[in-house]
Design a protein around this ligand. Sequence first.
Ligand code: AMP
Ligand code: MG
Length: 488
Amino acid sequence: MAFPLKGDDAARHTPPTSIPKPYWVALSKSCAELIDLSVTSNNLPTDQQWLELLAGNSLETESHQFTNPIASAYSGHQFGVWAGQLGDGRAILLGDIAGQELQLKGAGKTAYSRMGDGRAVLRSSIREFLCSEAMYALGIPTSRALAVVGSKMPVIRESMETAAVCARLAPSFIRVGHFEHFASLQNTERLRELADDLLANHYPNCLDSAESYLALFQNICKKSAALVAQWQAVGFCHGVLNSDNISALGLTIDYGPFGFLDQFQIDHICNHSDHSGRYAYHRQPQIMHWNMACLASAMLPLIELSHASEEAQTLLRSALEEFPMTYAADWQKSFRDKLGLHMPEDADIGLIERLLQLMHDSRVDYTTLFRSLGAIKKDMLPEDILLKDHFVDREGIDLWLKDYLARLARESLDDDTRRTLMNKVNPKYVLRNHLAQQAISLAQQDDFSEVLKLLNILSKPFDEQPEHESYSQAPADHLQAISVSCSS
Ligand code: AMP
Ligand code: MG
């Protein structure tokens, strides 16, 4: 456990507060398997005590007892500004199970709730649940979501909503904000414990290094760069990349006003409250780099344990400077794969960037377009390729297709093999906002069937699933503009 209670204010023993008459909204079978939880044919745990456990109404099941539920404090930068201590006001860590931390989000007030009610609403819990599992199926590192449990208990947001608890799993929920917390308190002892815990449990390879804390920093940077490259490739916008929402394991965590790109706009902002576009799609890599700079300053006291201050700063600065290169290499690899270019050429990057520009200019649907690239065959003529109908700049796309066909001709793989590989990286199904909204609207009327249906479709995002074709399609114009606020 990352946060041994020490009688300081870093973590507190915090039993969840119960909710009245809990009921199942959804459970992820694959996540249940991860923790060896047996489920019935209708997707519910065979042990019925799990409902009360995940509602926060009990701390035991037939096989598990969680005697030490805790909430941990963390701090962070919000929208680029130091905000001091701000979490965790509503996530309670029940304990470890099969190598995962089991956390209940929305399980009531903690010592760190400040003005908050410690609750989460049904709407945001379903979004977190579906997106966690969808990202996992896409092969993107993420915290998992085991279940959502609902209650008719009213919760006040912009309007009156009802409460839900989302049960999340991750090998660790440690964030950049945890480091910033101890650094801001100048508590080097706790900072060191935090780093030692991560090293021992999640980055054991770094222990071989003579500079294990520096190696830890470098590895977190690498994982974070790889993560953001995967987000860009799949068209995922996180929405709130505050340093408290950045995992120390390189996982996608804290799903809030996220969105998958529909019509491609390079500077798309998915968070309604992000007025300056700080977390727009094209800024995510730069912002992740910025968050790594926050981590570097927080970890400085650890490097100073074995180096003079100036030397320690230089070491961290040069490690941080690697980020753009690491990211660029990951991004290039991802997009080459998306285009089926397996024998790299320097000019590929220009080809990729030209396509993105054309897509931006014509606001082409991101997921559909990349998926349709796989159907192109080497001996086709540009005029036979239907996807060009999505572009306004006909001359531009004709020229691009001509160059792309010429480029494919230099690839050794045959069309079918290339298509198979491309369809493994260009998903057909992503959690578009209008799909999530449809499932939420029905769930708010006690019909949870659409949540389960979406979960099942999104668990095979690369499969054709012709029976679910409509779930792959771009939203109708009036549904394009769904924007999501931070309220959750
Ligand atoms: P977020 O922007 O959702 O990542 O929230 C930032 C922090 O605010 C979280 O770490 C929570 O601790 C806290 N928070 C958000 N909503 C609530 C709430 N309803 N009650 C208490 N704390 C909250
Ligand atoms: Mg958060």
